[in-house]
Design a protein around this ligand. Structure first.
Ligand code: FES
Length: 73
């Protein structure tokens, strides 16, 4: 699904950026350019970032014997 029409950024590209090491909306924005033109996509992009980080945190907490926390900024 397209999140950012100005730059053609999809939810998959946002998730890939997180899987490649981005751990905040700011880092995803710098990596993909999402939200840097008109800004109308920022809320949805933040939601995708937050959901993806939560999924990763849940998966990692299940795999590790101790809790890991992320901060979605
Ligand atoms: S729709 Fe993303 S910056 Fe315009």
């Amino acid at each position: 699904m397209y999140v950012c029409l100005c730059l053609g950024v999809t939810d998959g590209k946002i998730r890939d950026a997180i899987y490649d090491g981005c751990c905040s909306y700011r880092e995803v924005r710098e990596a993909t350019g999402v939200g840097t033109q008109c800004g109308k996509c920022a809320c949805l992009a933040k939601e995708v970032v937050r959901d993806t980080l939560t999924e990763l945190q849940t998966a990692r907490n299940a795999a590790l014997p101790y809790p890991v926390e992320f901060t979605a900024a």
